[in-house]
Design a protein around this ligand. Structure first.
Ligand SMILES: C[S@@+](CC[C@H](N)C(=O)[O-])C[C@H]1O[C@@H](n2cnc3c(N)ncnc32)[C@H](O)[C@@H]1O
Length: 207
C-alpha cells in the first residue's frame, strides 16, 4: 500500500515503496538477491531498464520515475517478463540520490534523455549540475560509473563543462561497442526525427 493521509493506492508489482521516505533505505530489503546495482533515473516507459534487466539477470535495476502512469507501465512490464531483478520507485530523482539511497551502493547510474530545459531562465532546473554530481559521487561505489545521454547539443556542452570542472568524477571514452546498451523509448523517437544523441561516461575514483 502507498498511503498519504486518507489516500490509499495499492502497491504495483515490483514497486519499491520505502518503509520510511525520510530515512536511507537498505537495498537488500527490496531485492531478491544481493547483486551489483544499476539505477535508471527518469526511466520513462522503461524500455531501457527492462531490456537491461533481461540481458543482465545477475544485476539489480532500480528505475526511478515521478509519473505514476509510467511507473505502472514499467512495473507491469517487469512482471510480464518475469523479471525478479527490477524495482521501480516513484520519486524525484535528486531526492532519491540525496536522501534515500545509502552511500556507495550503486555500480552504474544512467541518466538518459532528461529534460534539457532549453530556455536560459530555466537552466537552473537542469539536473546535470553540481548538487546532482555531488549526490552521484555519494551513491556510487568507488569505480562506479555515471552514463548520460542527450539529444540537446547545448545541454550536452553544458554537461561536458560541468563534468570537466568537477573533481570527483573522471571522464571515460564511450565507444558505441563498449558494452550492451539498448536504446531508450525517447532515443528511438528522436532518432526517427533525425536527431543525434551524444553521451558522457564518467567514473568515480577508486581511492
Ligand atoms: C524525456 S523522458 C526520458 C525517459 C527515458 N529515460 C527515455 O530516454 O526514454 C524524461 C523522464 O524523466 C521523468 N522525470 C523528469 N524529471 C524527473 C525528476 N526530477 N524525477 C524523476 N523523474 C523525472 C519524466 O517524467 C520522464 O518520464
Amino acid at each position: 500500500m502507498v498511503t498519504r493521509g486518507k489516500f490509499v493506492r495499492p502497491r504495483e508489482p515490483n514497486e519499491l515503496v520505502p518503509k520510511d521516505y525520510f530515512s536511507e533505505i537498505k537495498i537488500s530489503d527490496y531485492f531478491v538477491t544481493d547483486c551489483p546495482l544499476e539505477i535508471d533515473l527518469g526511466c520513462g516507459d522503461g524500455k531501457f531498464t527492462l531490456e537491461m534487466a533481461e540481458y543482465y539477470p545477475d544485476r539489480n535495476f532500480l528505475a526511478v520515475e515521478r509519473l505514476l502512469g509510467r511507473v505502472r507501465k514499467v512495473c507491469r512490464g517487469a512482471e510480464k517478463r518475469g523479471l525478479q531483478n527490477v524495482r521501480v520507485l516513484r520519486l524525484e530523482s535528486l531526492y532519491t540520490l540525496e536522501w534515500l539511497l545509502p552511500e556507495s551502493c550503486v555500480d552504474r547510474l544512467h541518466l538518459l534523455c532528461p529534460d534539457p530545459w532549453p530556455k536560459a531562465k530555466h537552466h537552473r532546473r537542469r539536473l546535470f549540475q553540481n548538487p546532482f554530481l555531488d549526490s552521484v559521487v555519494r551513491v556510487l561505489k568507488p569505480g562506479g560509473e555515471l552514463l548520460f545521454k542527450t539529444d540537446h547539443d547545448e545541454y550536452f556542452e553544458w554537461s561536458q563543462e560541468h563534468l570537466a570542472e568537477y573533481s570527483g568524477l573522471e571522464s571515460l571514452a564511450w565507444p558505441n561497442d563498449a558494452f550492451f546498451y539498448p536504446k531508450t523509448d525517447f532515443q528511438i523517437q528522436w532518432e526517427a526525427e533525425g536527431k543525434r544523441l551524444q553521451g558522457l561516461r564518467a567514473r568515480k575514483a577508486t581511492s
